[in-house]
Each structure stands twice: as structure tokens, then as C-alpha cells.
Design a protein around this ligand. Structure first.
Ligand SMILES: CC(=O)N[C@H]1[C@@H](OP(=O)(O)O)O[C@H](CO)[C@@H](O)[C@@H]1O
Length: 506
């Protein structure tokens, strides 16, 4: 443990002596917690961090629009597309993906370090239950997706493959996530194939360059953004772990998208087939101000311009046919080869841009009173996971269908979009479509037929409630043999038991 003198010297070097201003009032326990926190801060890095934060914050207000003038859309010929590709091509990519998976070369990596502030829950977002008939949480849906994809590869190639699941957490989410997985017996996955690690936390800084104290003995810390991934990979020797397991390809995704296709064989196969070292799923932006980043090129290099950093005028620009010029919306589903990750982590990590967020950060004032600021008072610095695209030698974008792949959970119910209700509806609408396409007929509680509806409005539940366990079907596959010409009473939950019953009644 760091001594008081050493902590004091460290903070003096970094110009942050105020962190110890309440020292004489702290209990033994409180002071050791503070020393522990200080011991994780390196004086030179801290000095640089505070300087960079103030500088970035001053640029933040004056630099808006600097990149916009240099943005170009991704040329259409560089985008693979589910919508524009025929069945045969999609099958070829899917087969390639399953082949790679069957050879234990593919892993998934979940970005789950965020605090879920917008959703307003005190626990990790992945533990959220959006109110499906099964009551499953996002983590469970994802875990079952992994199992199903493994099973599909096993069946096709007669193997017993594994898709390891790396989960990047933060100080906020590691403990509860670990406990949740343990209590749920890892949802049937082998614990040694679920690798949790922690991203770093960095101090929030005031406009005066001083780090903010959120308690007398606690520095206000926040995770270093989802681009903290690259440092965390090094800190936790994850690339070595991938090497040991013989993994070549990584599907990185964000925890909040209820429709995420884990280790999507079509996406993996597409990227492998194109010889890409880095790839991103995109979809057509729904409207100019939709809060998604756009994949584009800046000075010829691939990049995502985040929704918070694009000028509204640029987001509104339209092409000759009236379509949005910058329409390739980022859904935070990325493909990386291990080689690319290694190169980024070793060579380029320090060049990643620091993005600035000016936030209201609760703090203790000079008298030690907790203050909840009414206006933004703190600078939080974050790196973004997609900022490595510029270092790619072969970048590809892959356009997917919104109704099949994207419905994020960002806000609490009551907000106009991206809520538990919209996430639940998107999943139920997808499963309803699959069941109809497989030839199922829905009945209501009184056994009266519910007329099928092929186009659905977003703000209503589908006419019949149908939830299909990922363990039964993950992409809508294999449903015909279970559901064709079957009467399905809404709410209908197709889990493994129900699937067995249906097979018996065929
Ligand atoms: C840094 C980062 O990855 N931002 C992503 C991410 O946004 P958040 O608002 O940070 O959840 O997910 C969006 C899709 O849900 C994507 O459009 C955006 O670019």
C-alpha cells in the first residue's frame, strides 16, 4: 500500500494536491481506500490526462464541424449487403462463417463496461429483462445465441466447437456481472470459455484541470470509453489468450442490442471472404438525427463520425435520389482479425482520439458537502472502439436489415425510442414474422384465428405474441418442420420443451 507521503508526492507532481484536502477527517478505512485509488494513478499520466482534458474541452466548443467538410460517404461498391445479395451468396458467406467457427477460430467480445445512465438502472445493462414472456435478460439471450451457433457449426461439420465469449466490464459492472453469471450457472456455457476482464477507469476533470472528488475520499472516475478495449486487451493479456486458443477472428458488439446476432456466420464469412482485417455492420439510417454514428471516409480513411459529433447540416445532406448522403449507420458490431487487434494494441493505441464529453459530475465542495451540479462541470474523456478503422489495411462494411438486427436498449420507458418496450416489440415482431413464414397459424385465448399481419407498425405489439428461444432457432432457421400448419395459441413460447412436443405431434 502506498504511504501518505508517497501519495502526496505523486499528487504534487501532477498538480492535484487537493485530492488529500480532507485527509485529516478520514477514518482508517476511508483513507486506505483513497490511497488505493491514488496508487493506480501514475503521476505523469495523470498530469497529461488533466492537461489534455482541459485542452480538448476548449477545442470541443470551437472545433465543431471541422471534420464534416472532409467527410465522404462509403462508396457503395465497398459495402456488402444482405438486402442486395441473393440467397446463394448469403449462403456462401454463412457457410464460410460456420466453417471458421467449426474450426474454433471465432470468438465474440462483448463491450459491457457502461453504466447504463440513460436507462437509469443501478446494475449492468446486460442483466436487464425487457419483459419478454420468458423473462430472459439480454445476457441470457446472448449466451443462448452462442450455444446455438456452436450447435449449428457442430451439426454441419460433425465437430464440438467452442465460441469463447470475452466480456469487457468496468469497475461498475465486473462484480455484478460475475455474480449474475455464476448464479445463472453461466447459462449452460463452460465457465472457462467466458472470460471477463476490466477496462480502465479514468478521473473526471474540472474545467480548472483539477480532478473531481465525488466523496471526501473518492475520486470521480469513469470508464475510458468502449475504445478502452485496446488497452484492456493488453492489460489483461487477452490477445495472448486468443493466440493460445487459436482464435483468428473476433466479433465485437455492444451489450444493448436485443437483436444482435452473436458470431453471425454470414458477417464473419463475408469479412473472411473479402480478406478484411476490420469490418463493421451498418444499416440505413432511419432519419437524419438518428443517434447512430455514420461510417464514412475522411481524407480517404475509414472512420465513424459519432452522432454527437456530426453537424446537423451534414447529417441532413441528401444524394441525387433524395437518399441520405451519410446513411451508413453504425450498429456497433465489428469484425477484427487477431493480427489487426495485436497491431492496434501494440502500435496505435496511444494515437486513438480522445473524445470529450462535458457532463454534470456530482462533487464535494471545499466544505465537504456533496453537490449535485445543475450545469455541466466536468470533463470526461473517452476513446471509441471504432477509431481503429483508420489503421485497417482492408476495411469492409456490411449492410444488414434493421428489423432483423438492430433494436438497442438505451433509454428508460417513457422516452420516444430505444426503450425496453421498443426492444421487446422488435424481438417479438421478429419471432412473429418467423413463425408466420414457417407456416404457423395463431389463435387467440378463445381459440379464434388471429388474422396474419405481414407489415407491422413499430409502436404496437404484433397481433400475436410469439417468443422463440435462441436454443430452438436463432436466425429463424429450422422452424418450418415445427410450425407448419400448426395452430399456435398466443402468447406462444417456443422453448426446447415445446419444440419436443411439436416434433411429437408431427
Ligand atoms: C462509441 C460508440 O461505439 N458509439 C456507438 C454506440 O453508441 P452509444 O450511444 O455509445 O451506445 O452504439 C450506437 C448503436 O447503438 C452506435 O451508432 C454508436 O456509434
Amino acid at each position: 500500500m502506498l504511504s501518505f507521503e508517497a501519495a502526496k508526492a505523486r499528487l504534487e507532481t501532477a498538480g492535484q494536491s487537493h485530492v488529500l484536502q480532507f485527509w485529516s477527517e478520514l477514518s482508517a478505512e476511508e483513507s486506505s481506500a483513497l490511497l488505493e485509488e491514488i496508487s493506480l494513478l501514475k503521476p505523469e499520466e495523470l498530469l497529461e490526462h488533466c492537461r489534455a482534458a482541459v485542452e480538448a474541452a476548449s477545442r470541443h466548443s470551437s472545433a465543431d464541424g471541422r471534420l464534416d467538410a472532409r467527410m465522404e460517404p462509403v462508396p457503395p461498391e465497398f459495402i456488402g449487403s444482405v438486402r442486395k445479395s441473393d440467397e446463394e451468396r448469403l449462403k456462401m458467406w454463412g457457410d464460410e462463417g460456420l466453417l471458421q467457427i467449426s474450426q474454433d477460430r471465432v470468438a465474440v467480445l462483448l463491450l459491457a463496461g457502461g453504466q447504463g445512465t440513460r436507462l437509469g438502472v443501478p446494475y449492468p445493462k446486460g442483466m436487464y429483462n425487457v419483459g419478454l414472456p420468458s423473462g430472459k435478460t439480454l445476457y441470457q439471450i446472448q449466451a443462448e445465441g452462442i450455444q446455438k451457433v456452436q450447435e449449428l457449426a457442430n451439426l454441419k461439420h460433425g465437430c464440438r466447437c467452442t465460441i469463447p465469449w470475452y466480456i469487457m466490464t468496468s469497475e461498475f459492472t465486473l462484480g455484478p456481472t460475475e455474480k449474475f453469471f455464476r448464479d445463472s450457472e453461466y447459462f449452460g456455457l463452460c465457465p472457462s470459455n467466458v472470460v471477463m476482464f476490466e477496462q480502465r477507469m479514468i478521473p473526471a476533470v474540472g474545467f480548472d484541470g483539477k480532478i473531481i472528488l465525488e466523496k471526501k475520499n473518492k475520486i470521480a472516475m469513469a470508464p475510458d470509453g468502449n475504445g478502452g478495449l485496446y488497452r484492456a486487451l493488453v492489460d489483461n493479456k487477452i490477445i495472448e489468450d486468443m493466440e493460445r486458443r487459436g482464435l483468428e477472428y473476433l466479433h465485437v458488439y455492444c451489450v444493448d442490442n436485443i437483436l444482435v446476432k452473436m458470431a453471425d456466420p454470414v458477417f464473419i464469412g463475408f469479412c473472411v471472404n473479402k480478406g478484411a482485417d476490420c469490418g463493421a455492420k451498418v444499416l440505413d439510417k432511419a432519419y437524419p438525427s438518428e443517434p447512430v454514428g455514420v461510417v464514412c471516409r475522411v481524407d480517404g480513411l475509414y472512420q465513424v463520425i459519432e452522432y454527437s459529433e456530426i453537424q446537423p447540416e451534414t447529417a441532413e445532406l441528401r444524394g441525387p435520389g433524395g437518399e441520405l448522403l451519410f446513411s451508413a449507420g453504425n450498429i456497433c458490431n465489428h469484425f477484427f482479425t487477431r493480427g489487426f487487434l495485436k497491431e492496434v494494441a501494440e502500435k496505435f493505441e496511444s494515437q486513438l482520439k480522445q473524445h470529450v464529453a462535458i457532463k454534470k459530475v456530482p462533487f464535494v465542495d471545499g466544505e465537504g458537502n456533496l453537490v449535485k451540479p445543475t450545469k455541466p462541470n466536468g470533463i470526461k474523456m473517452e476513446k471509441f472502439v471504432f477509431d481503429v478503422f483508420q489503421f485497417s489495411n482492408k476495411f469492409v462494411a456490411f449492410e444488414v436489415l434493421r428489423e432483423e438486427e438492430f433494436s438497442p436498449l438505451k433509454n428508460a420507458d417513457g422516452a420516444p425510442l430505444d426503450t425496453p418496450t421498443t426492444a421487446r416489440r422488435s424481438l417479438l415482431a421478429q419471432h412473429y414474422r418467423w413463425a408466420l413464414a414457417a407456416g404457423g397459424n395463431f389463435l387467440d385465448e378463445q381459440d379464434k384465428p388471429i388474422p396474419p399481419k405481414h407489415s407491422m407498425t413499430k409502436n404496437k405489439d404484433p397481433p400475436a405474441i410469439c417468443e422463440i428461444s435462441p436454443l430452438v432457432s436463432y436466425f429463424g432457421e429450422g422452424l418450418e418442420k415445427l410450425l407448419k400448419q400448426k395452430n399456435l395459441k398466443s402468447p406462444f413460447l417456443l422453448d426446447e420443451n415445446e419444440a419436443k412436443n411439436l416434433v411429437q405431434t408431427t
